[in-house]
Design a protein around this ligand. Structure first.
Ligand SMILES: [Ca+2]
Ligand SMILES: [Ca+2]
Length: 465
């Protein structure tokens, strides 16, 4: 298996203490500022700030809201074959100019030749390839000898948005290469021979992968393969949000994998389930700005459900049903600067395994609910020296630490959760152990739903008033 996992979190220890509370309560400020700066830079004025989602996260680039200079339409021609329609689609896409929006009608377009989208828009004149309203254009190919869609392989892509397409088959269904300021939104990408989405052949920046449905992969099987192995190419300043990823198999089958060295990325509000390797797997940043993994719901892995090496903030996630719930250990770098707060982890076996946390800088484990039916709630295999431990609620033994938790009652503490993850309503049950179980010094301003935390401080991903 791929023994990895990391998170990344580069925040100084002081930021996590009392003095740093205000700074830590401004979630994603560094990323947001970078995104806004990026959107406005490099061109002739990129519009205002990005759309703001729950909790202040930015899930769309500001340039995506630019009014098209020209709207073009491509309809499926019933008098032509799928392959002829595919050739027409390829030609129409590759002819787009800055400011163009191409709207594609329903039908199956088989692009049976090498297809790379190398379109360069600008912040005020981005290029959009979209489905017509209410239509589902399907792009596929006749075999898996090539990727179905490449982006930026033959000159690069900038300020490009791909929206509402269904992409099926090929070797990799969608592979992005030399890309910056590119968004893939609301696409349905599935049943390919290898990964579904790969962004690992170049250094990339300001990529938005949002609201896509991704499933049924093969080969090494990643739903999303982001950054290259061992930091050879990195992804930075990017947003992976509100995607639904499932049935990732093959020889590995990670749901969302962000590789070593990639930094300052946001992985938020994704739902990932039924994967062979981890639903979400994140390494470290090699000393750069932390990644943020928040408000994701993950269940059903043959491996660790979520695995983060270090240099990350991991908060408000719901994690259930795997070989281990959450795991963190040295992988392609060392575990360090990892803040793990306000997560709910429920598992039949060990809930949380922290192999290399003892003596490492910047480690925080606070306000988590960690329940195991048959195993350890939390295991610090290398001890917990220097780890900030507070406000946790556990069921099952804690190994390698001397305090920082209280003991809960079991599944009755939730509104409706099963050990297998078949029921996942992890809101605190009134009268259970969760209300007021958290530590105020480590309280996050919002919970998994994006709602502000109010009143007493609850451990876990869900607030109670
Ligand atoms: Ca993998
Ligand atoms: Ca509360």
């Amino acid at each position: 298996m791929e023994w990895t996992s990391r998170g990344r979190l580069r925040r100084r220890a002081a930021d996590r203490g009392r003095a740093g509370e205000a700074a830590r309560r401004a979630p994603l400020a560094p990323l947001s500022l970078l995104l806004l700066a990026a959107c406005g830079g490099g061109g002739s004025g990129g519009g205002g700030g990005g759309a703001t989602g729950p909790g202040g996260s930015t899930y769309d680039p500001s340039w995506a809201r630019a009014t098209p200079a020209r709207v073009l339409t491509l309809d499926f021609d019933g008098g032509m074959t799928a392959a002829q329609n595919g050739a027409a689609l390829k030609a129409a896409v590759q002819a787009l100019q800055p400011g163009d929006r191409l709207e594609i009608g329903a039908g199956t377009y088989s692009v049976d030749s090498y297809f790379s989208i190398d379109l360069v828009g600008t912040p005020t004149q981005p290029i959009v390839v979209a489905a017509q309203a209410g239509a589902t254009p399907v792009i596929t190919r006749v075999n898996a000898s090539q990727n179905t869609v490449n982006v930026g392989q033959n000159g690069g892509a900038r300020y490009l948005r791909i929206e509402g397409l269904e992409i099926i088959g090929g070797s990799i269904a969608l592979r992005m290469h030399d890309v910056q300021n590119v968004q893939v939104d609301s696409c349905h990408i599935h049943h390919c021979q290898d990964n579904a989405v790969a962004v690992n052949s170049h250094d990339t920046a300001w990529i938005w992968l949002t609201r896509n449905e991704i499933h049924d992969t093969g080969g090494t099987g990643e739903g999303m393969y982001l950054g290259a192995n061992n930091g050879v190419h990195v992804m930075r300043h990017s947003v992976i949000a509100q995607n639904l990823v499932y049935n990732c198999g093959g020889t590995q089958g990670d749901g969302i994998e962000l590789k070593q060295g990639s930094y300052d990325n946001l992985i938020a509000e994704n739902v990932v389930h039924d994967t062979n390797y981890p639903c979400i797997l994140v390494y470290g940043t090699d000393g750069n700005a932390p990644n943020v993994v928040e408000r994701n719901t993950c269940w059903g892995s043959n491996d660790n459900v979520m695995q983060v090496q270090g240099e990350a903030i991991v908060r408000n996630n719901l994690i259930l049903d795997g070989a281990v719930g959450f795991s963190s250990h040295d992988h392609q770098g060392q575990s360090r600067d990892l803040v793990f707060v306000h997560n709910t982890v429920v598992n039949t076996g060990r809930a949380v395994n922290l192999s290399s946390w003892g003596g490492r800088p910047g480690m925080v484990f606070a306000n988590n609910v960690c329940y195991s039916q048959n195993g350890d709630s939390v295991r610090f295999a290398g001890g917990s020296a220097g780890v900030q431990l507070a406000g946790n609620l556990v069921v099952g033994p804690v190994m390698g630490a001397g305090g920082g938790w209280a003991t809960g009652n079991g599944l009755a503490d939730f509104a409706g959760v099963t050990w297998t993850g078949s029921s996942r309503d992890a809101r605190p049950a009134p009268g259970g152990a969760i209300p007021a179980s958290g530590d105020v010094l480590h309280e996050e301003p919002v919970d998994l739903t994006g709602a502000a935390r109010v009143g007493t401080v609850e451990a876990g991903a869900y607030d109670a008033p």
